[in-house]
Write a protein that binds this ligand. Structure first.
Ligand SMILES: O=C(O)CCC(=O)C(=O)O
Ligand SMILES: [Fe+2]
Length: 325
């Protein structure tokens, strides 16, 4: 059975081309890879996980900051349905989404008092995640040999400028234990692909994440591996690469040994700027591929047929179909 590869990112500083090729290969076959020596200090990750104490607040207090149309805020249990075509009830999870923060505040939303005094750290953490994504995206540009006159190794960075408006989101997640008899309908997170360019996933202690192998459609588990973050390709990279890179489906299931336990995770969703187009990457590796059908496997909530032409439009269509406001 295929395994999710572990890539040592310190190798990128020694042999950029070799390491980039390894990342390219993992992205073409599985769409997921573990990254070790990724450069985000473990202390920062542990400190970020401490923010999950927010979930201990009363439901009332949490609901004062509900998720808004920009995708920032608190998402309660059953509110998000990641697989609307197969799920009847929403996911058994709660999360808090931090939109891109500026001056300590998400652009269009007030942070709950709980995060007061913590926002400086959260912004720094978010920036470190963004920087890591830029380095990984640079690896794609190197592996795809994007011509210099088209942007070369900065092709992706030109579309992901931190200061510009985008769907970049840092999310803390809590999957509470299930106390009732598990309903067949209940799932911690329904099967889905992510909406941006890349996702960094920080797992902790409790497994349950599964990914669907693109070729065989077989589900395999993506266990917690110490000192590694998990990277997955999201929709934009699949579009830009004409399907060469796989935006692989994943879900979080209840396991017999973990369903009575709290599960926590952190995801950083790296998005292109809202105005970034979805035209293919200029690369000789894509010459013989045809652009993929963007609606394939994705239910766009607005009218189901309209094609998104920018990263921002794509995000909007996907959000409309997964959230119940
Ligand atoms: O919690 C996890 O391990 C996965 C979360 C996830 O896939 C998501 O929020 O998009
Ligand atoms: Fe996801």
């Amino acid at each position: 059975m295929e395994q999710i590869p572990i890539i040592d990112f310190s190798f990128f500083n020694i042999d950029q081309v070799g390491c980039s090729k390894e990342i390219k290969r993992a992205s073409e076959t599985i769409g997921f890879f573990y990254l070790k020596n990724h450069g985000i200090p473990q202390d920062d990750i542990d400190k970020m996980f401490q923010n999950a104490k927010f979930f201990d607040l009363s439901k009332e207090d949490k609901l004062k900051y509900p998720v808004n149309e920009n995708y920032s805020g608190y998402v309660s249990i059953h509110q998000e349905m990641l697989d609307p075509s197969n799920q009847k009830i929403g996911d058994w999870k709660e999360c808090f989404n931090f939109g891109k923060l500026h001056d300590g505040k998400p652009r269009s939303q007030k942070l709950p008092p709980y995060f007061e005094g913590k926002s400086e750290f959260i912004i720094k953490f978010e920036k470190k995640c963004h920087q890591l994504c830029m380095k990984i995206l640079q690896a794609y540009a190197i592996a795809l040999e994007i011509p210099q006159e088209e942007g070369g190794k900065n092709w992706f960075e030109q579309r992901h400028k931190y200061e510009n408006e985008s769907g970049d989101t840092l999310r803390i997640l809590h999957y509470p234990p299930i106390k009732h008899n598990i309903d067949e309908q209940d799932i911690r997170a329904g099967s889905h692909t992510d909406y941006g360019s890349l996702t960094i996933l920080f797992q902790k202690d409790i497994g349950g994440l599964e990914i669907e192998l693109p070729l065989t459609k077989q589900w395999i588990s993506a266990p917690v591996i110490n000192e590694c973050v998990l990277i997955n390709i999201a929709d934009l990279l699949e579009y830009w690469s004409k399907g060469l890179f796989k935006s692989t489906k994943h879900r979080v299931v209840f396991n017999d040994d973990t369903l009575m336990k709290d599960r926590y995770s952190i995801a950083y969703f790296c998005h292109a700027e809202n105005d970034a187009g979805l035209d293919p990457i200029p690369s000789k590796y894509l010459e013989n591929l045809v652009p993929i059908n963007m609606e394939k496997g994705i239910s766009y909530g607005v009218d189901g047929v309209k094609k998104p032409s920018t990263a921002g439009e794509h995000l909007m269509y996907r959000l409309v179909s997964t959230y119940q406001y």
